[in-house]
Design a protein around this ligand. Structure first.
Ligand code: LLP
Length: 425
């Protein structure tokens, strides 16, 4: 259910009116709902439990890149979440938030030696390795520390996720993963390296998937590989199916997490019974968007209304540097007034102050607005603040976490002096 709803014509997050937050912390500001984050995480955790995968049988490793605010990580960590990271910086965030590093998996094609060292010193659960040179580098770094690194190979199942080309990752032409036909040989290399311990298979085929059929097709390929590895004497402790479940931005109807997990566990259990002597195998997930996407909005104030030749513009104080998704993917985000007006609406493009034609947040929206009004850009919890930049020397937005009728600042708005604090003349 949505935790962003109208009460008496005023948009609320849970029981908190969004204009109260704007009055206290200004705009633009990202606002997240604790109830929504909790509910979305529990959709995974509960489905795992319902299918007999309590404590050790499954682990949800929230994908930190989708929203890495410490308060969000802390909330999820308290609910039992593990974390999927792609940099040393994200690992440091998990640690600062009090997350359990033994529940961390490290993905990404370009891990540096320093990042490997940091992760090994914190005994992370697993490295998702994406190439043979990376296997050798990890083996060397682990050897220099007198450790063994747990590894899983990210295989590329060559399945079309039927999503935006910029966010599909499991096709042959993508830079990600190890080609399926090279996987067995690469596992043999990994198994022969003394400072590596092969523990799993990993795949992630793309993001904002509405249907679980491509994910289940990828699972079939992963299972096929697990059989080949079993025959080659390489035993696994886990299968990592990645993230990717989509959310509703507009009219999309994504598969329900519980339904997808039900189908997935059923297939895994059938396979374990038929081919794997019913041996236990842990299932890992790396969801990001489906946990935070609809748990956040970006609020902004209308600065000017501009009536151009054949378009009306609402110029707002949020911009592409705050929310990059429209400019980068032509992504659609809902726009809702924080205080509803009864005047007759007009059609507007909602644009920011940045000097780029690509700086728009929404196009052709029917809105009744005046300058000074507050708008909420909806479904902005995932890949919003984490992709924000300081382009045009704009400080990044503040972030606020709502819990019922309470709210607190979880990141201060950046000041200009913060932006050039590291510079010298
Ligand atoms: N695991 C891996 C290895 C990933 O690369 C990703 C996302 C995830 C998990 C989490 O996927 P999710 O559950 O959030 O779909 N900036 C884009 C999305 C990029 C996704 C990158 N990888 C956007 O704003 O739509």
């Amino acid at each position: 259910m949505s935790h962003f709803t109208y009460t008496n014509g005023k948009l609320h997050a849970e029981q908190t009116a969004l204009d109260r937050i704007a009055a206290e912390f200004g705009t633009p500001t990202y606002i997240y709902s604790s109830a929504s984050l909790t509910e979305n995480f529990l959709a995974y955790a509960t489905a795992c439990q319902q299918h007999g995968r309590g404590n050790k049988g499954a682990l949800v490793c929230y994908s930190v890149k989708s929203n890495s605010n410490l308060a969000v990580l802390s909330l999820l960590s308290k609910l039992g979440s593990g974390f999927d990271i792609v940099s040393g910086g994200e690992l440091e965030r998990v640690i600062a938030a009090g997350g359990d590093t033994k529940k961390v998996i490290f993905s990404g094609v370009g891990k540096s030696r320093d990042e490997m060292r940091l992760a090994l010193s914190h005994e992370i659960l697993c490295f998702n390795v994406e190439s043979i040179p990376e296997l050798h580098r990890l083996n060397d770094v682990a050897a220099s520390m007198g450790k063994r690194a747990r590894v899983s190979l990210r295989v590329n199942p060559d399945v079309d996720p039927k999503t935006h080309p910029y966010i599909s990752t499991g096709l042959k032409e993508n830079k990600f993963g190890i080609a399926f036909e090279d996987a067995l040989e690469t596992y043999r290399v990994a198994a022969g390296l003394p400072h590596l311990e092969v523990t799993g298979i990993d795949c992630h085929i793309g993001s904002q998937l509405l249907d679980d059929a491509p994910l289940l097709e990828a699972l079939d390929k992963v299972i096929e590989l697990a059989d080949q590895l079993h025959a080659a004497g390489i035993e696994l402790h886990h299968l990592d199916i990645g993230g990717g479940i989509g959310i509703t931005y507009d009219q999309e109807q994504p598969v329900a997490v519980g339904d997808y997990l039900g189908r997935l566990f059923k297939r895994i259990d059938q396979w374990r019974a038929a081919n794997y002597n019913n041996k236990p195998i842990t299932v890992l997930f790396e969801p990001g968007r489906s946990i935070v996407g609809n748990a956040g909005v970006l609020i902004t104030e209308v600065q000017y209304l501009k009536h151009g030749g054949n378009k009306n513009f609402a110029v707002v104080d949020a911009a592409m540097n705050d929310l990059m998704r429209p400019a980068m993917y032509e992504a659609w985000h809902g726009v809702q007034p924080i205080n509803q007006r009864s005047e007759s609406p007009k059609i507007y493009d909602v644009v920011g102050p940045v000097c780029e034609s690509g700086d728009w947040l929404a196009r052709d929206r029917t809105l009744a607005v005046e300058s000074g009004d507050l708008l909420a850009i909806m479904s902005a919890g995932a890949y919003g603040m984490t992709m924000a930049s300081n382009y045009n020397t704009r400080g990044r937005a503040a972030e606020v976490l709502v819990d019922g009728d309470q709210f607190r600042l979880i990141r201060k708005r950046e000041k200009s002096s913060d932006l050039f604090a590291l510079e010298n003349i």
